[in-house]
Design a binder for this molecule. Sequence first.
Ligand code: SF4
Length: 189
Amino acid sequence: ENGPKLTLDNINEAVEVHFPLCIKSIHEILRKNHHLKYDCKMQYGIFLKCSGFEYEDAMVFWRDEFTQKMDTEQYDKKYLYLFKHQYGKVGSRLDYKPYSCQQIQSWSPGPLQHHGCPFKHWDIDKVLKRCENDGLNNENVGFIRNYMREGKYAEACTTYFSASHRIFKENLIESPNQYFEESCKTEGA
Ligand code: SF4
């Protein structure tokens, strides 16, 4: 693979610029709570793995967050396995492929769960407020509102991408990893 590579050194910067809203919001919850529920761990963990985030970096990344709220022993016993599994190191040794937006949008996160697609699963007002806070202008916020009302989630996410990068993006977002890769390509453009 010669796509963009996420590392422990560049992840904080990448979150701001290159992560789609679904992953960005999960990342923020992780930094705040030092914990994630299962589906968030999967959505974020597979995204990281498919963004070239190395196994060794992932092991440090998750342990550093989770052990802010528990001791290492408890972490190793309860949580380490899943993160190893995501890299095909244990259990069924699956080679996970990126989740598509369609897959993610077919999930049904409960009220206290944070996985899924914001454009599909959040209240419209929450998304619009977030977009305003992220610096999108009224026109783009209006486009996103209309797309969400029409159930056009890919269009809404693509508008978020275009507005954040101040470019016009023609092809639609199909997966969080595609968002990341295409975002990295806009750098310096
Ligand atoms: Fe994430 Fe896809 Fe939703 Fe965008 S459309 S926020 S990449 S799931």
